[in-house]
Design a protein around this ligand. Structure first.
Ligand code: FEO
Length: 396
């Protein structure tokens, strides 16, 4: 496995092949916790790994240098998937100073016993010389937490970008040109949608700052390192930060006795008459991770649930809760659903949730009492057709 980024800079992280859940994100292809070792006149470790893999991190570092040689441990982000290994690393590296910004110091002090750590607190724009190389620090608040920062090495045109540009993707390969580009861009898209979609504005600001740097390589904290397809991932991020719509619609539904499903299928049929990608998801058998990944670049959504106990189907409530936290923008749509004897909950509750997400509502909910009539199904088809026509305009 090639682990060398540049002469004297190596990957020393851990590949987590079996992790399948990251605070609700279904990580179907595992993940990596990327840490890096820079060996210069002084040596630095950039970021750590999740706590159970601290010994692996130490092994990888020791294969390249003695732990006594580590002068700096940089923490770009305090979330435990990167900081969990810090207590073990700091205990094993007696010379090391923990380098981070003031907010990160506070966060680390709340997570761990840091009483024996030597701190080197940095501000935005500060630098540390390692000898031939410089570490330059750039605060990137809310990418992904308030204390997050980038570390940039100008001599190598190398950006350690922490969560930004990452992918939850376990792989035998460390670099973007060792795997099919469509695979890693899809993983980067899923990561963006499920982890940081709600922070589009600060990410756009961070992108603007990154664009001022000369960059030959981006080394994130998860997934492969970008060295051949930096322009591709930057272009993708430019679209994702504004949830730029594609000619694509989504029909998303839950059903109880197939009435809402019949309505969903009629909406899909209408949308399929248009020149758009029409996707169809039942929340009972599609994970939220997949759904919000597709929502990121859709133009419009029809979302349906029957009334259950004056409320929603629980699986739909869960998906809407997850989606609303991630705050997709630039979408329009409408609600639909069947009911029995009360119209409370169901389509009304779905519409309320869509309004809370600031999805532009295009029409009143479509409802069917018990079983949709041919007239209701015709209304569904027409609503699907209108949704498709709207999405057609986003073709390149
Ligand atoms: Fe990979 Fe926000 O931690």
């Amino acid at each position: 496995m090639n682990i060398t980024l540049k002469d004297g800079i190596d990957w020393v992280g851990h590949i987590d092949w079996t992790v399948r859940d990251f605070h609700g994100y279904k990580t179907e292809s595992g993940s990596t916790y990327n840490a890096y070792l820079i060996r210069d006149e002084k040596s630095a470790v950039i970021d750590a790994v999740k706590a159970p893999y601290a010994d692996k991190l130490l092994e990888h570092i020791q294969a390249l240098t003695d732990l006594e040689n580590i002068n700096y441990v940089v923490c770009n982000h305090a979330e435990p998937d990167h900081s969990g290994g810090l207590p073990g690393l700091m205990a094993a590296c007696p010379q090391a100073e923990l380098v981070c910004n003031p907010k990160c110091k506070s966060a680390l002090e709340m997570h761990y016993d840091t009483s024996a750590w030597n701190w080197h607190v940095v501000a935005d724009g500060d630098t540390i010389s390692l000898g031939k190389r410089t570490l330059s620090f750039i605060n990137t608040p809310m990418v992904h937490w308030p204390e997050s920062m980038f570390t940039y090495v100008p001599e190598d045109k190398l950006l350690f970008s922490m969560d930004a540009f990452g992918q939850h993707h376990a792989s035998a390969f460390r670099f973007d040109d060792e795997e099919p580009l469509d695979v890693i861009l899809q993983e980067a898209k899923a990561y963006y949608a499920n982890i940081v979609m709600l922070y589009g504005r600060p990410i756009a600001q961070t992108m603007a700052r990154a664009a001022e740097l000369e960059i030959e390589m981006i080394a994130p904290s998860h997934g492969v390192i970008w060295r051949s397809h930096i322009k591709d991932v930057f272009a993708a991020y430019q679209k994702w930060v504004v949830c730029k719509p594609a000619p694509k619609v989504i029909v998303l539904y839950a059903s109880m006795w197939q009435s809402t499903e019949l309505m969903a299928r009629a909406i899909l049929e209408g949308a399929q008459e248009c020149n758009v990608e029409a996707q169809f998801f039942n929340v009972d058998n599609t994970h939220s991770t997949r759904i919000v990944t597709e929502v990121l670049d859709c133009a419009a959504m029809a979302i349906g649930s029957p009334t259950l106990n004056n409320s929603l189907m629980p699986a739909m409530a869960g998906v809407l809760c997850y989606m609303s936290g991630l705050r997709p923008t630039n979408k329009q749509g409408f609600a639909f659903g069947s009911y029995g004897w009360s119209m409370r909950g169901g389509a009304s509750a779905v519409e309320s949730s869509m309004k809370e997400m600031k999805i532009e509502i295009t029409r009143d909910p479509i409802r069917a009492q018990y079983v949709p009539t041919p007239e209701v199904l015709a209304e569904c088809r027409e609503a699907g057709r209108q949704m498709g026509k709207y999405a057609e305009q986003f073709a390149d």
